[in-house]
Design a protein around this ligand. Structure first.
Ligand SMILES: Nc1ncnc2c1ncn2[C@@H]1O[C@H](COP(=O)(O)OP(=O)(O)OP(=O)(O)O)[C@@H](O)[C@H]1O
Ligand SMILES: Nc1ccn([C@H]2C[C@H](O)[C@@H](COP(=O)(O)O)O2)c(=O)n1
Length: 324
């Protein structure tokens, strides 16, 4: 029993090395190895047998058998050598494969990215929420409204008309995402002009291309605007559509301007927001609307932190799905 068990373990050793050490499935090396051992033992046994047999024979027969034994040893003896060469070649091949696989595993996998798309009307709180999410998750943030404002600012600075699509497209192509100055671009007049240039398809095409590549930055990006979930990032795993009543939004904008030391008229702001909503929702190209799979978040009665916690639940769920 002990002999049987030991023999089994010895026989299994080359297979174990091959299967679990080099992670090769076939067991070819083990087969060649044992074939070699078998051939080797067989040849020596035949040779020894013939030599033994020959000594008990008359001289002539003995020399014939010895010659035959030697001849058999040389010719049949080649087969274990061939087997050995084959086994060695196969072992080298398997070793190479193992090293190659290991190198491939060590290679950095393409970096993953995660996109949060946020849309909504002016002053709904999407920018505030986007910044909060980006900060919490270490994601990049792009306020796409600033890109349209940047186009409008270029045209305004050069006294160019706001309805010339050719000039506006040229301005759009010159936008540098790293140089969007919120302080300069947040002026009321720039926002009004931005809403006008944003209706031009050529401008949108140029800006959407930039926004789309921004969305692919690892480890993740949060983009807020009007068409992020519908056009810029239709495959985003999390899409939020933020709303609030026009009155609540006008109140927030009013408070914002006042707290920055500016003068403001609530009625005028409300009127302005309503006009802006109509233009953003009514244009033909990429109108403001929730994507079919967007989560609606009405923040009229919701403070910033509660809005963030609602978004966080959705993002955490999507992130958990993404890693499985
Ligand atoms: N849930 C909220 N409750 C109260 N105030 C809020 C809330 N969310 C945002 N605000 C405030 O409302 C104002 C407008 O918010 P924000 O700039 O984020 O809106 P927006 O949708 O990005 O606007 P725009 O499209 O014009 O850039 C800010 O002063 C912000 O602090
Ligand atoms: N993805 C976007 C972002 C903005 N716009 C337009 C609509 C707005 O009237 C204007 C300025 O945006 P804000 O900075 O106020 O958010 O830009 C758009 O069409 N698409």
């Amino acid at each position: 029993m002990f002999f049987l068990l030991t023999s089994f373990v010895v026989v299994a050793i080359p297979y174990v090395i091959e299967r679990f050490g080099l992670r090769v499935r076939f067991g070819l090396f083990a087969l060649l190895f044992w074939l070699f051992v078998f051939q080797f033992v067989l040849i020596f046994s035949i040779d020894a047998l013939l030599q033994n047999f020959a000594t008990s024979m008359p001289d002539l027969l003995e020399s014939m058998l010895t010659t035959l034994g030697g001849f058999a040893f040389v010719t049949i003896g080649i087969t274990p050598i061939i087997t050995l060469v084959l086994a060695a070649a196969y072992l080298l091949f398997a070793l190479g494969q193992w090293l190659f696989d290991r190198d491939e595993k060590d290679m950095p996998t393409p970096q993953r990215h995660f996109t949060v798309a946020i849309d909504g009307p002016a002053a709904s709180g999407k920018g505030t929420l986007a910044r909060r999410i980006a900060e919490a998750y270490g994601f990049h943030h792009l306020d796409t409204g600033l890109t349209y404002r940047a186009v409008a600012k270029v045209l305004m600075d050069q006294n160019m008309p706001l309805d010339d699509e050719f000039l506006a497209e040229k301005a759009a192509r010159s936008v540098d995402l790293t140089k969007l100055d919120r302080a300069v671009l947040s002026a009321h007049a720039v926002g009004e002009a931005a809403s006008k240039v944003a209706v031009m398809p050529a401008v949108r095409r140029a800006l959407v291309a930039m926004q789309h590549s921004f969305a692919e930055r690892p480890p993740g990006a949060v983009l807020d605007g009007r068409d992020i979930g519908t056009v810029v990032c239709p495959d985003a795993p999390v899409k939020l559509y933020i709303t609030a009543s026009p009155e609540a939004r006008a109140r927030r904008r009013y408070d914002e301007i006042r707290s920055n030391g500016g003068g403001a008229n609530y009625e005028e702001i409300l009127e302005d927001l309503t006009r802006r909503d109509a233009r953003d929702m009514g244009r033909t190209d990429s109108p403001l609307k929730p994507a079919a799979d967007a989560h609606l978040l009405d923040t009229t009665e919701m403070d910033i932190e509660t809005a963030f916690l609602s978004a966080k639940t959705l993002i955490d769920q999507a992130l958990a799905k993404n890693t499985h």
